[in-house]
Design a protein around this ligand. Structure first.
Ligand SMILES: Cc1cc2nc3c(=O)[nH]c(=O)nc-3n(C[C@H](O)[C@H](O)[C@H](O)COP(=O)(O)O)c2cc1C
Length: 252
């Protein structure tokens, strides 16, 4: 359950040809305000029968969150047309340190140990122009009504199958621990605080061990069964995919 939102005014919403829904990921799930929005009557009124493009910003683990948003959209009668994933370009273990520091201190730059800035690079954001450039002629020709992706061939989203695997394990761990912590005691109680502290330690150990292990396993899985691994990756990258064939036209 997310926070209670102020009423959202969306004048003329029924006339929009397309909705672009952007959200960040918090703890492998859509950020709480967007989760609240998707459960609201306003979302239903806005999204029913509409084609939607989702844009996710994340450290690098967004697959579970997007699956949950896609399910919600389908439940609201919307049609997921495209998905763009914008993730921190630094290596996963580096971003674990830099994102944590950013979240806890608000400092995105001047990271310790010479690590790169946290978050998206300015160039990545500037290069998102290609999506707008591709959408303009597509919308002018009403292609959003065809129900097929408009942003294929533009490197809209890339899934690392190993990280997706870690995510599934992490998601289950979040779920089970949340049930346990709720039973331990009410919010703010000493028992709950101790439980959270224990889980925090387990989580840090899990991230530091699981991520490198799954990254190593990925190499093994790709070596043993490359076609299967690629098919799994392609399925998670739907509907827009990771192709680059239209990049010369829209991002020369
Ligand atoms: C509380 C919190 C939890 C987060 N959890 C995740 C996560 O599970 N996976 C991930 O890839 N990024 C995670 N992040 C990183 C955010 O997705 C990242 O901060 C966001 O993309 C940046 O957008 P913003 O500048 O609007 O916050 C988390 C950030 C916060 C603040």
């Amino acid at each position: 359950m997310g926070p209670i939102l102020d009423p959202i005014e969306l004048p003329g919403a029924a006339d929009h040809a397309l909705v672009i829904l952007a959200y960040p990921v918090w703890y492998l799930a859509p950020a709480l305000p967007i989760a609240s929005f998707l459960n609201s009557p306003e979302a239903h009124a806005l999204l029913i029968g509409k084609p939607v493009i989702t844009v996710v910003t994340a450290r690098n683990m967004w697959v579970m969150a997007q699956q949950s948003v896609a399910r919600k959209l389908s439940g609201l009668g919307a049609h997921l047309l495209d998905h763009i994933a914008l993730v921190d370009p630094a290596p996963p273990l580096a971003t674990f340190i830099t994102t944590l520091r950013w979240v806890l201190s608000g400092k995105r730059q001047q990271q310790p140990l010479g690590l790169p800035d946290a978050g998206l690079a300015a160039a990545q954001i500037a290069q998102c122009r290609r999506f707008g450039l591709a959408l303009v002629p597509a919308l002018a020709a009403d292609h959003e009504q065809r129900g097929t992706a408009l942003l294929r061939g533009l490197e809209a989203c890339h899934v690392d199958p190993a990280l997706a695997w870690s995510e599934r394990i992490g998601f289950r761990s979040f779920y089970l621990w949340s049930l346990l912590l709720r039973r331990i005691g009410p919010q703010g109680s000493s028992a709950r605080r101790l439980g959270v502290l224990v889980y925090l330690c387990i989580l840090i150990i899990l991230i530091c061990t699981l991520v490198p292990i799954t990254l190593a396993l990925r190499k093994l899985v790709f070596a043993v069964s490359p076609a299967r691994a690629r098919a799994r990756q392609a399925a998670l990258e739907l509907p827009s995919g990771n192709g680059s064939e239209r990049m010369p036209e829209f991002a020369p």
